[in-house]
Design a protein around this ligand. Structure first.
Ligand SMILES: C[S@@+](CC[C@H](N)C(=O)[O-])C[C@H]1O[C@@H](n2cnc3c(N)ncnc32)[C@H](O)[C@@H]1O
Length: 220
């Protein structure tokens, strides 16, 4: 982390450095988008340095629960496309990227691994048909200052029956309504909780980290 980011960290007063601290504390989706636009160029290098684990864990879980070749898949909160490249290698040929930050999507576009791009916000209504996707993956998005438990509703709606939703959820969000929302969907017969990991630290290289879980929901 360079001195400018350290200064920004000190200014945020949070437990995380640089852009990460700032996005965790963002109050409005427009602020989150603007911060990620600025972060896009250095995001992958900084996350690699922090030992960022969510994309590889999501990829492993998706490959365990969604048959090879099923399509299309939505990468919800795709960012710079860390997972998109690997999904194609792992045998999922049709993956669309959705993100609130055009700057992050611009980096993802360069990778030429996505078949569609959607610059829009999760958390409210999405312009996709019911059951439009065979699978949805969302890594590092259901977390502080990003998308709350309410963002799950539309993902369940747009995933087809028999389809799979793989996402990571920060512990504070899991206890702060996400787990209850999953239970409500399960009781209503809309999803089955196919798998949930033990809590794990998503960025071992960070100063302060709240463990997250990765969750697999099967739409029924
Ligand atoms: C920590 S990054 C994760 C990106 C990518 N999934 C990865 O694992 O590298 C979080 C991403 O969520 C996006 N994001 C934050 N709030 C969002 C929202 N309300 N709707 C859509 N994307 C959002 C950010 O722009 C950013 O690209």
């Amino acid at each position: 982390m360079n001195w400018k980011n350290q200064k920004r960290f000190a200014m945020t007063g949070g437990g995380h450095e640089g852009f990460l601290g700032a996005v965790y504390e963002a109050k409005k989706p427009a602020d989150v988008a603007a911060l990620y636009d600025k972060w896009a160029a250095t995001y992958e290098a900084e996350m690699a340095q922090a030992g960022y684990r969510h994309p590889s864990i999501c990829l492993a879980l998706l490959a365990r629960h969604l048959p090879r070749g099923d399509a299309p898949i939505l990468d919800a909160g795709a960012g710079t496309g860390l997972i998109g490249e690997w999904l194609r290698i792992a045998g999922y040929p049709e993956v669309e990227a959705l993100d609130i930050s055009e700057g992050m999507l611009a980096v993802a576009r360069l990778k030429q691994c996505y078949t569609g791009f959607h610059c829009m916000a999760l958390g409210g209504a999405l312009p996709f048909a019911d059951g439009a996707y065979a699978g949805i993956v969302s890594a590092g998005v259901f977390t502080s200052g990003h998308v709350g438990p309410e963002g799950l509703d539309e993902l369940v709606r747009i995933c087809r029956r028999g389809g799979v939703i793989v996402l990571t959820v920060k512990g504070t969000l899991w206890d702060g309504g996400f787990s209850a929302r999953v239970d409500a969907f399960a009781k209503a017969g809309r999803v089955m909780l196919a798998e949930v990991t033990e809590p794990y630290v998503s960025m071992p290289g960070e100063v302060a980290t709240t463990p997250s879980r990765a969750v697999v929901l099967k739409v029924v």
